[in-house]
Write a protein that binds this ligand. Sequence first.
Ligand code: NAD
Length: 426
Amino acid sequence: MTRPEPPADQSLASIESRMRDAGEWLQLEDGVIENLIAPRRVLEVSIPVRLDDGTRVRFTGWRVLHNITRGPGKGGIRYHPSVSRDETVSLAAAMSLKTALMNLPLGGAKGGVALDPKLLSMRELERVTRRYVSEIFGFLGPDKDVPAPDVGTNAQVMAWVMDQYSIGIGHAVPGVVTGKPLALGGSLGRDSATGRGVVEAALLVCQANGTSLEGKRIVIQGFGNVGMWAARLAAGWGARIVGISDVGGVIASEKGIDIDALVHATQRGVGSVVDAGIGEVIARGIERSTDVFGLPSDIAMPCALGGAVDVREAGLMTAKYVIEGANGPLTPGADAVLNERGVIIVPDIFANAGGVTCSYLEQCQNFAHLQWDEDEVNASVVATMRAAFKRLHEFSTENHLTYRAAASVLGVKALADAHHLRGLHP
Ligand code: NAD
């Protein structure tokens, strides 16, 4: 049984209300914030596909362009059964705030198809992807809207996106998508970039509070792209990963889970962390995966899906710092409980921005027909995270705002300033 995501309109209502609060704080002129909240374009498309057994099915997909004032739309493509219009709009709005907060010359977008990729063969997934891209073809492009991987999609899916788009244009267009395989103009360092940013966020917030990551006990929900890299890199800084959960359940080890062995086991095809034979299995089943937050810890990193931490999980949590690796992992109720307790929350639009930062660097390499070495890419991701954290920390301290409120205000301010400078047509 899949743990349901929160009702999609909850995450949409929550980001809209955060933007409204930021607009009020900034005392924006009437009408400006509503203009910033509304997506520029919402495409809903039907995706008819022939399955391998010859039967025809139809999926529904979306591509939302939220804000393009500061640059082309940027945002992932998600394949998950819970994908909906409202969820896609809310994730696109978060991308607008994220690129603005990080000072990247990009806008915000998001896409997705409501399906379970695990139930489709590779050939079926390829057909879905190609048909989805052809339905939104006219709205994509390196200067218009540039997708990337998200939950349920990967570099192979991005390769099909690039191919389908390039066929339509008539020549190879690597810059239409990021998170591509290296052989097609992908960037070194892209795989690890989001997890690297999550760990950098943890390092920075520890430093700002006069401490370090060394010896800190960390619990992580999700052992996919983000959670796995966050675990690996945090362990490299001397942190102890005392609990990890995924759809299969929770594993724990007081002295620290052997992350290299876990990565090795999961990459060899073990389905879930609970089947890897590493650490102690303390819970089985997706509905128990949030038990990981009840383990004694200093830092919690929710790196799975939106809405994973609700009031119940917030009540269980012992961590002093929460670093939001996933998009929207805390419900507004959980956020309130944790704020009340003085827990320091590093919000998603900063904490997981290493991914979009590296995607931007991938586009720069594509435009310049260059490939940078991995150290250069990683250093640039880290430098961008550090510069953004400096702005975020100073602004939050000076104005007595939580990091989440400060991040929303800085993001909305960058968008509002850009709108103001460009003016309103006609
Ligand atoms: P992924 O599909 O690679 O991994 C997701 C992981 O979460 C898997 O280990 C899965 O088992 C686990 N999971 C899913 N539902 C769960 C549940 N209910 N309980 C426990 N575990 C669960 O996805 P990802 O790319 O690692 O993305 C994770 C989150 O990070 C998403 O919210 C995504 O939008 C966000 N994000 C990803 C990137 C990126 O570059 N991949 C960038 C920014 C934000």
